[in-house]
Design a protein. Structure first.
Length: 157
């Protein structure tokens, strides 16, 4: 990454399938961690990585998910991750000052902190709070809502 190092570089990661306000909330708060003039770089999970970890392919293909995330005003750059989920490679490439994780990334937080300690790297790892804004605050909830609406409409027909 060739950013001028005036501000801090914040690294965020995720799948970002069916982008919703919870994602925007996470990315906005991630960037705020770096303060003024910070740069937010987002790693978007590869399709094969999502399939391996979640047991299903994402609805939106990886190149489109990356482009959608990068189009968000708060994001300075979005890049596709490594299929083998190699955070060491990502850290080496991005050289973040802060790594912002989603509320549900407890295991990743532990692994990252252990890795950073072993390598003597002084990168702050922050797990952000969940957006608590109603029914549709996750991609799974959006999918369930679509199925419920579809079933309801079929039954009414």
């Amino acid at each position: 990454m060739d950013f001028e190092r005036k501000g801090k570089v914040v690294l965020a990661e995720g799948t970002f399938d069916l982008l919703h306000y919870g994602h925007v909330y996470y990315l906005t708060n991630a960037k705020k961690l770096g303060g003024e003039k910070s740069k937010l770089i987002v790693i978007v999970a590869r399709d094969k990585t999502v399939e391996r970890l979640k047991g299903r392919k994402p609805i939106i293909p990886e190149d489109q998910r990356r482009a959608i995330v990068e189009a968000l005003k708060v994001v300075d750059e979005a890049i596709l991750g490594y299929e083998e989920m190699d955070m060491a490679k990502v850290i080496e490439k991005v050289k973040p000052d802060i790594i912002a994780l989603g509320y549900d990334k407890e295991e990743m937080e532990k692994n990252l902190k252990r890795y950073l300690g072993e390598k003597n790297l002084t990168i702050e790892v922050v797990r952000l709070n969940r957006f608590e804004g109603g029914d549709i605050s996750s991609s799974s909830k959006i999918k369930r809502k679509i199925i419920e609406e579809y079933r309801s409409n079929i039954q009414q027909s």
